[in-house]
Design a binder for this molecule. Structure first.
Ligand SMILES: [Cu+2]
Length: 164
């Protein structure tokens, strides 16, 4: 057997898996699309992932937890980006141009019935803490999302420099 054809078949198979995961398996009417994680600078200790979560079901749901393979990062948290409050110590922040933006962990993110909630730069995101190694473009990160009603949903985020 020729090695090249074998390898190509493998590559096609993995692309299919990623596509299926990125399009989101339905889980209680929930669908996750456009999952991606931003490439991280070489020395960065944290990374961020973004996605669209659509609740096509008839009942409200909520994202209540997220986990990541320890080979990728020590832990993952649901974060929101907010304008800094001077007396708030439970946050970590970075100066993004003009105002001081800070991020803080949230316990739950409501996903109302019939609505799409965006996790995007400057808003809600999945924070990957203590990265094992830099997130490199072209690789993927598997995240397990836990919803209050729908249960667990595994999504594969594509690592890219900018959003889809
Ligand atoms: Cu964050």
């Amino acid at each position: 057997m020729k090695r090249t054809s074998c390898r190509r078949r493998l590559a096609i198979a993995s692309v299919l898996v990623v596509t299926l995961a990125a399009c989101g398996g339905g889980s209680g009417g929930l669908e996750v699309t456009e999952a991606w994680a931003r490439t991280s600078p070489a020395m960065a200790e944290a990374g961020a992932a973004y996605m669209q979560i659509t609740n096509g079901g008839g009942a409200d749901d909520a994202l209540v937890g997220v986990s990541v393979d320890p080979a990728v990062a020590r832990s993952a948290e649901i974060h929101e980006t907010v304008m800094a409050e001077a007396d708030d110590e439970a946050t970590h922040g970075s100066d993004m141009g003009g105002g001081m933006m800070e991020m803080r962990a949230v316990d739950r993110l409501e996903i109302p019935a019939g609505e799409t909630v965006s996790l995007e730069p400057g808003g809600y995101h999945i924070m990957l803490l203590d990265l094992a190694s830099p997130l490199e473009e072209g690789s993927t990160v598997e995240l397990t999302l836990t919803f209050e009603n729908a249960g667990e949903l595994v999504v594969t985020a594509e690592v890219r420099a900018t959003g889809p």
